[in-house]
Write a protein that binds this ligand. Structure first.
Ligand code: PMP
Length: 361
């Protein structure tokens, strides 16, 4: 089989080794004569997978002991609702940074639950920039401060972390978790879908400081209360077993490939390869994003015309490079370079980009 080069924004590339291991063990899980997809989630076979996935997250991200790590259904999107339900205590304000499409979804949901203050709104610059981390301030009565570390659609990424004192800092890291070193202790909660940098779609990860969990109100229904899940080690109900198995294998692959610092080096290398083409000075490709906040994960770029963009995506696809069309809300092209995308795939794309601009420039 000739594998396509996958530049999708999510679900996205998974290392071949991980897929092969899933295939190998799909029907007969490690010689036990049964598939992991058909055993009880209370059985030891699954229990080991569940706990290993959690302990790999803890080890790789250096998560301190006073945090709970959960894998839950509902994706990053359910967290947009659950975070204000659990942590926006009555009479307080939730601070949000409005940096693009994903932050706005989190904000829209929070507004339905309680009072929201928009600390920064990127509307005026078309969400192509971010504020300096040192310039943002939480409200006096802040319940928490929420931001999105990487805007998957707009291609902008925070390079430094906001400092908000004692106010709980909550971050949606759906599209850049495990791609760079992270001071987890600065955050009260980190969350996101697993389907970009951690494994196959079907779960979201939550890393929550235990004192924050004490705020979850008792009148929430069981599933919507983060404390329910933390008290049961994310086994209150049937977990997304198959996905979590994939996450465990993906994280083992991350560990074998240099851990988080290894992923950071690879992400820098891959993104520089493409940004160098965008910056080559011939003005064929353009980045709409302010240079200081360019994402290492989702590289958004424009060509001289929409016709050329359509042609670019079509010709790339014919050569096996998939999903390079930008999100329908912003247009243009986008190459997503998550952990599962090998350097060789990026090099192939770079060669194609150079050849395309030479022919059409
Ligand atoms: N936040 C960000 C930054 C995302 O990129 C996405 C999905 N692309 C989400 C949240 C929503 O995640 P999910 O699809 O898992 O609900």
């Amino acid at each position: 089989m000739s594998r396509k080069l996958n530049f999708a924004a999510g679900p996205c590339a998974i290392p071949l080794e991980v897929l092969e291991e899933m295939k190998e063990n799909m029907v007969d899980y490690q010689g036990n004569g049964i598939s992991l997809a058909e055993v009880s989630h209370r059985h030891k076979l699954y229990d080991d997978v569940h706990n290993e996935a959690i302990s790999l997250m803890k080890e790789l991200l250096k998560v301190p002991d006073n945090y709970s790590i959960l894998f839950l259904g509902g994706g990053g999107t359910l967290a947009f609702t659950m975070i204000p339900m659990n942590f926006l205590t009555p009479g307080k304000t939730a601070d949000y940074i409005s940096s693009g499409a994903w932050a706005k979804k989190a904000i829209d949901d929070a507004k339905k639950v309680g009072k929201v203050n928009i600390v920064y709104d990127g509307k005026d610059n078309g969400y192509s920039s971010l504020p300096a981390a040192s310039s943002v301030k939480a409200s006096d009565d802040s319940a928490y401060f929420h931001f999105t570390s990487n805007e998957t659609i707009g291609g902008i990424q925070w390079k430094e972390w906001p400092e908000v004192g004692d106010v709980p800092l909550i971050c949606d890291m759906s599209s850049d978790i495990m791609s760079r070193e992270l001071p987890v202790e600065k955050f009260a909660m980190i969350y996101g879908g697993v389907q970009k940098n951690l494994g196959p779609a079907g779960a979201a990860f939550m890393i929550i400081r235990n004192d924050l969990l004490e705020r979850s109100p008792d009148n929430l229904t069981a599933y919507l209360n983060y404390k329910t899940h933390a008290d049961k080690n994310a086994m209150y109900n049937t977990p997304p077993v198959f996905t979590i198995w994939g996450v465990k294998l993906f994280l083992e692959w991350v560990r074998k490939n240099g851990g988080v610092s290894g992923m950071e080096k690879l992400s820098d290398k891959k993104s520089k390869l493409i940004y160098n083409v965008l910056d080559s000075g011939d003005n064929f490709y353009k980045s709409p994003v302010e240079a200081a906040f360019r994402s290492t994960m989702n590289i958004v770029f424009r060509l001289p015309s929409e016709d050329l963009e359509t042609q670019f995506v079509k010709e790339a696809e014919a050569e096996g490079m998939m999903f390079l069309k930008g999100h329908r809300s912003v247009g243009g092209c986008r190459a997503s370079l998550y952990n599962g995308v090998p350097v060789s795939a990026v090099q192939t794309l770079v060669d194609f980009m150079k050849e395309f601009s030479r022919k059409n420039g």
